[in-house]
Design a protein around this ligand. Structure first.
Ligand code: NBG
Length: 839
């Protein structure tokens, strides 16, 4: 029987599950016709348009609704199955989900990419233009938010019951514009043209309390209890988005919350003519879900941020309890129903909130409530940077969440008793481990709360997990060694290969069959082909065409016209001193000097590409962006070198732009100071698309290098141990400056105004820092980096060797699929099993 969409009344074609990857085989005629019909009907009935006058956005929406109709079918079946099966569900709590555009990825996962393309082309539409029309939901800053999105994709693909809970920020990550080489930010009004992917559920709404006070009382059984009387209440609304798995019937739920006022108008104020007073509450309440905090680390001390965090966890846990109680009368089995993963400490308040719900709302006793909470929660740490470990001042905490502060104190009291029992008389340890930092202004340490309240704690790459155990969470690891684990990050091969690199996808499938699309480890079969000259030639051809596409993209977005035959040397990520974009620049200037003074030198033509945003308040990072532009200006306009070296900065880096960059890159810059980058995931996306990495032994670089082989990875720089030793011995950058003539020339050129029209002040803060207290020790790694870049140039000269290494990189990227990461979370932390959804 034909299914009909409940929203549009349009027939839904349920697709056969074995469908080709993009560009694989000729799509089925009936399917193409069905997509054309769905498109026309959606354009007419949902948008009220006809094709001749419809805007590109109308057409994008019509295609998006056609895809969503197909998703809804899977989605409803999935929730029905989960409801009946009463299965354990993973809840990913995350302040960020950096989803990227939905349409292309949805089509890939539905196995309908080519069908939809052909249908649109037959209607005379520009399919790529329609995909491009989508304004991506930029509800994240960078790696952490994108990882959460890749994990949702893998959870659905692996048929694991799961819900993602987050905030529906009205304004996502800011847009970056470049004016005179400086970053300018504007608001991201991503909802302006409508969001066809979400379904708003006004009936799924909760009251979220803030501030006020608490009162003790005696309940009907004569037990002492506490009641929280909030001073303010905000109402939440759920907005649901379906997350389809790849070629399975599963479509899981992403539920994002927006905040509304409980009363939109205060009629008492309105009556006395105070119109603005009347809407004040509405404005204040809605501010909570207004805007994503744009920092990728060190967000600190802002009341609104604390309110956002509580809003998220309270909505999520109230919703989870509501769902749980639909089928089980007993809140004491909550942990059997849910495995909650805390994505960094941003949702760590969930620990106190679940305790509040169990104690205050459901009248449970402390011990069972605590056991449930601990068995429910898992905590993933994403950073080693001390400034990124969240703390909240006790005063602020008390004023926003008075009841939760009491709970935190009680959790702490019991926890410290345990520590005292284990380590009698060790007061220093008590001070270090306490949930409350008593030095200076008293503050709540969210990472400690997360550790104490969770049954599992993990880092995101082997080295990072080891450093967590050894340094940042050393005392916790000594107390509970069994709680600690590592789960190395991964990326979705659907989005970061099949969608973005159709040419390579096709070549891979032709060469080794389609098994790799479900099991990335199957790419290993490519190893046999790495020495096949014909295959290498095809590989080189794909790479060249991708490079041409990237060159064209750079031409559209900047004033630079790169040579597609040059080496594309790419660093795209947030701008941060620890990621060391300025080390890359020191190399660019070195190369520039060599080309000027010794035109006969062996350096091959290079295009150095940068992209990334800086946190709006992070002046040093913004100045580094300015330096990129100033160096580019000089280098690109110097006729004597510009055929050998070009520098481009692609503005407004986001998921959509990243998708155009990875396939065309030859060299991936992963050059953070060892011990600073928790994992990195861009490093995986580049390698998966056949770029070779130049990198330090940091984050997941270590494992990537082990996987692809030392010969196929350009390693340089200090190790974590070297960094530690150097720091202990006293880092003296001037010694490097004095001893290395090339380095001296580079630093002097930045300082003397060569790149700033003679202005010696502009980059003084950078120079002073490099020669002064620079904790990221660029100058200590400079020589090793530049020499390694020489090796890169040399290897690029031997194109056959390079191509072989590129093939081997891809062949060995199986372990970096987010499917592998999710399997490990399921096995080691969540203890959940797949629940397949039938036809
Ligand atoms: C980031 C790390 C990255 C890591 C991602 C995802 C934060 C706090 N951390 O190295 O800096 O790849 O998390 O785990 O954004």
């Amino acid at each position: 029987m034909a299914l009909v969409s409940s929203v549009t009344g349009i027939p839904i074609v349920t697709r056969p599950l074995q469908h080709p990857a993009p560009g694989d085989v000729t799509p089925d005629r009936a399917e193409i016709e069905a997509w054309k019909q769905a498109f026309r009907k959606n354009l007419f009935y949902v948008l009220g348009r006809f094709q001749a006058t419809a805007t590109v956005n109308d057409k994008y929406l019509a295609l998006a609704y056609s895809a969503r109709d197909r998703l809804l079918d899977r989605w409803v079946k999935t929730s029905e199955t989960y409801y009946r099966a009463k299965v354990r569900t993973v809840a990913v709590l995350s302040a960020e989900f950096l989803l990227g555009p939905h349409l292309g990825n949805t089509l890939v996962n539905l196995g309908a990419f080519d069908t939809a393309r052909q249908a649109m082309e037959e209607l005379g539409l520009d399919f790529a233009g329609l995909l491009d029309q989508e304004e991506e939901p930029g509800l994240g800053n960078g790696g952490l938010g994108r990882l959460a999105a890749c994990y949702l994709d893998s959870l659905a693909t692996l048929q694991i019951p799961s819900i993602g809970y987050g905030i529906r920020y009205e304004f996502g990550i800011f847009h970056q514009h470049i004016r005179d080489g400086w970053q300018i930010e504007t608001a991201d009004k991503w909802l302006r043209l409508g969001n066809p992917w979400e379904i708003t559920r006004p009936e799924i709404a909760f009251d979220i309390g803030f501030a006020g006070h608490t009162e003790p009382y005696t309940d009907a059984n004569g037990r002492c209890r506490v009641r929280w009387i909030p001073g303010r209440v905000v109402r939440s609304t759920a907005h649901d988005t379906a997350i389809p798995g790849y070629r399975v019937n599963t479509a899981n739920l992403l539920r994002l919350w927006s905040a509304q006022a409980v009363n939109s108008f205060d009629f008492a104020s309105f009556d006395v003519g105070d119109y603005y007073g009347a809407v004040e509450e509405k404005v204040a309440s809605e501010t909570i879900s207004k805007v994503l905090y744009p920092n990728d680390s060190a967000v600190r001390g802002k009341q609104l941020r604390l309110e956002q965090q509580y809003f998220l966890v309270s909505c999520a846990l109230q919703d989870m309890m509501r769902i749980h109680l639909q089928t089980a009368p007993d809140p004491s089995r909550f942990h059997e129903k849910y495995a909650v993963q805390l994505n960094d400490t941003h949702p760590a308040l969930a620990i106190a909130e679940l305790m509040r719900i169990l104690l205050d709302d459901h009248g449970m006793e402390w011990e069972p409530a605590w056991a449930i909470t601990q068995q429910t929660m898992g905590y993933t740490n994403h950073t080693l940077l001390p400034e990124a470990l969240e703390t909240w001042s006790v005063g602020l905490f008390a004023s926003v969440l008075p009841r939760h502060l009491e709970l935190v104190y009680e959790i702490n009291r019991r926890f410290l008793d345990e520590v005292r029992r284990r380590y009698p008389g060790d007061d220093d340890r008590i001070r270090r481990m306490s949930l409350i930092d008593e030095s200076g202004h008293r503050s709540v340490r969210m990472a400690h709360l997360a550790c104490v309240g969770s049954h599992a704690i993990n880092g995101v790459a082997a080295l990072h997990s080891e450093l967590l155990r050894r340094d940042v969470l050393r005392d916790f690891s000594a107390l509970w060694p069994d709680k600690f684990r590592n789960v190395t990050n991964g990326v979705s091969p659907r989005r970061f290969m099949m969608l973005i690199n159709p040419a390579l996808t096709r070549l891979l499938t032709e060469a080794i069959g389609p098994a790799w699309t479900r099991d990335l480890d199957a790419l290993r079969a490519l190893e046999l082909l790495a020495d096949d000259p014909a295959f290498r030639a095809e590989w080189g051809g794909v790479k060249r065409r991708n490079r041409e596409a990237l060159a064209a993209e750079i031409g559209r977005k900047t004033s630079v016209a790169p040579d597609p035959a040059s080496l594309f040397d790419v660093q795209v990520k947030r701008f941060h001193e620890y990621k060391r974009q300025h080390l890359n620049l020191l190399h660019v200037i070195t190369l520039y000097h060599r080309l000027k003074h010794d035109p006969g030198c062996a350096a091959p033509p290079r295009t150095v590409v940068f992209a990334g945003k800086a946190a709006p308040g992070y002046m040093m990072a913004k100045r580094i962006i300015k330096l990129v532009h100033c160096v580019a200006e000089v280098v690109n306009n110097d006729r004597s070198t510009s055929d050998r070296l070009r520098v481009a900065f692609i503005p407004d880096y986001n998921v959509k732009h990243s998708e155009r960059i990875f396939p065309g890159a030859d060299l991936s810059e992963q050059i953070s100071t060892a011990g600073k980058e928790a994992s990195g995931t861009g490093n995986m996306k580049f390698a998966l698309n056949g770029a070779l990495t130049i990198g330090t032994l940091d984050g997941a670089n270590v494992e990537i290098r082990e996987a692809v082989g030392a010969d196929n990875f350009f390693l340089f720089g200090m190790t974590v141990e070297d960094v530690r030793r150097r720091l202990a011995a006293g880092y003296r950058p001037y010694e490097h400056y004095r001893a290395d003539e090339e380095l001296r020339a580079v630093i002097d050129a930045i300082a003397d105004g060569t790149f700033s029209g003679g202005d010696r002040e502009l980059f003084k803060p950078i120079v002073d820092n490099l020669l002064g207290p620079d904790p990221f020790m660029l100058l200590a790694d400079y020589r090793s980096y530049v020499d390694c870049q020489d090796e890169v140039g040399h290897a690029w000269g031997d194109r056959d060797r390079w191509t072989r290494a590129s093939i081997l990189n891809v062949a060995r990227m199986g372990p970096f699929s987010s499917d592998r990461s999710i399997r490990e979370y399921c096995r080691d932390i969540w203890h959940v099993k797949p629940v397949p959804i039938g036809d």
